[in-house]
Design a protein around this ligand. Structure first.
Ligand code: F3S
Length: 412
């Protein structure tokens, strides 16, 4: 083995193929990454979240790759879940997905299931039971989940790619580099925010602006009013929205908020003297960059990252007793959908759909006939035009629901 990267005896045996070809292939990936990034050892991991699940992105070549690895005996050693797939696996036929695409997507999920992975398709595993603890090492792939696990929960994961996360799951280990190490978790930029974001869209616009400037750095954010005038710290939904936007417009995998996030509270991750400083005194440019021109709205998409129970409850409150004119899709984890049965019933009685397992970035939106979308998610507004060919409006939840009720969204 390399003079740099030390493998324990069992790891060396895995690398040498003593546990079969599937494990050897996985170890080759983990070790290759470790060597590239100068790791000195591997670390055991608590869980894995695999991206690269939608057949829209994987195609037949990706499916063949998974089937071959499964047939070679690949099996995961730690709890492993999946990122959103291209369909709602239960409701796909009533949502307009083609039977052909649904079969292809089911084949991908079956290949993952054959490896022992739970067929749970969500970008918010931390909302449905897979909530890492402080200091846990992980190999997660979805950028919005990675940044939340690192920043809000104090767990440790790099932004894994699909194959590297899967390889880590098969080995039960990842290489100790990047955000697994204390010294790489210190902030690189100081970001002063002169007003406290209020709505989720404010948090998304802020995340968009920070990510665009920090790129793959680690921002240390000083909010004007970190615990709010009422003494309330930012909610998990606000922090998940902030991080998702930052990870989309930049490649941020960890942020700290002074007085709020756990490592900032512990007090040893502030940026060094002379670190670049960013001042944000106005979110208008963030809103403007994410907002398009469409006034006619076909689809309102809420739930990026996947909606929480609180978000579903709030949407239900806004649509209760009303009749929607445009399509409303609220995307969420299947387990969250199950727990929110009452809110789901209210939303669906108004004509909306609560859609599990997928989202409007990884679903084959071209099959569904939508041309324009309104969303309250900065991440969705950032990705949907390029990934789904949609004309996108970005605005607060109340404005999006108004668009669902009228089919129109007024220009700001
Ligand atoms: Fe999740 Fe899809 Fe958004 S994976 S974070 S809902 S783009």
């Amino acid at each position: 083995m390399s003079d740099q990267l030390h493998l324990a005896a069992e790891e060396q045996a895995m690398f040498d193929g003593e546990q079969g070809i599937a494990v050897r292939r996985a170890m080759e990936i983990v070790v290759a990454l470790g060597k590239i990034y100068g790791a000195k050892r591997l670390v055991p991991i608590h869980s894995v979240q695999v991206a690269g699940v939608s057949y829209k992105n994987l195609g037949e070549a990706g499916l063949d790759f998974l089937r071959e690895w499964a047939a070679q005996g690949a099996r995961v050693r730690v709890p492993t879940t999946l990122n959103p797939a291209g369909i709602d696996v239960v409701q796909w036929h009533t949502l307009g997905f083609s039977a052909t695409f649904a079969q292809q997507q089911q084949a991908v999920i079956a290949a993952y299931t054959a490896m022992g992975i739970e067929p749970v398709c969500t970008c918010t595993p931390y909302l449905i039971g897979n909530r890492p603890a402080w200091g846990d090492h992980l190999a997660w792939a979805e950028s919005s989940a990675v940044i939340l696990a690192n920043s809000v929960l104090g767990a440790r994961t790099n932004r894994e790619g699909g194959p590297s996360a899967l390889a880590a799951a098969i080995c039960g280990r990842t290489a100790a580099y990047g955000l697994h190490l204390d010294e790489n978790r210190i902030a690189t930029h100081r970001v002063e925010v002169h007003s406290r974001p209020v709505s989720l869209t404010d948090w998304g616009a802020l995340g968009y602006l920070v990510g665009r400037q920090v790129r793959n750095g680690i921002p240390y954010i000083l909010l004007a009013d970190p615990v709010g005038t009422t003494g309330v710290a930012p909610t998990l939904d606000q922090l998940k929205t902030l991080g998702a936007a930052m990870a989309a417009s930049g490649a941020v995998a960890l942020y700290h908020i002074d007085g709020v996030t756990p490592e900032a509270q512990a007090g040893n991750v502030a940026p060094p003297k002379g670190a670049p400083q960013i001042l944000i005194d106005d979110l208008t440019t963030g809103y403007a960059a994410l907002n398009g021109d469409a006034e006619q709205i076909d689809l309102v998409s809420i739930g990026c990252p996947h909606a929480s129970l609180d978000e579903l409850t709030e949407i239900a409150r806004l649509v209760e007793g009303k009749r929607l004119c445009a399509a409303l899709w609220v995307t969420t984890a299947r387990e969250t959908r199950r727990r929110a049965a009452q809110a789901v019933a209210t939303i669906e009685a108004a004509g909306g759909r609560v859609v599990a397992d997928t989202c409007m970035v990884v679903a084959p939106v071209d099959q569904l006939g939508f041309k324009s979308m309104a969303t309250n998610s900065a991440k969705m507004a950032f990705y949907a035009p390029a990934h789904s060919g949609l004309s996108v409006r970005f605005g607060p939840l109340e404005q999006c629901i108004e668009a669902a009720l009228t089919g129109k969204m007024r220009k700001a």
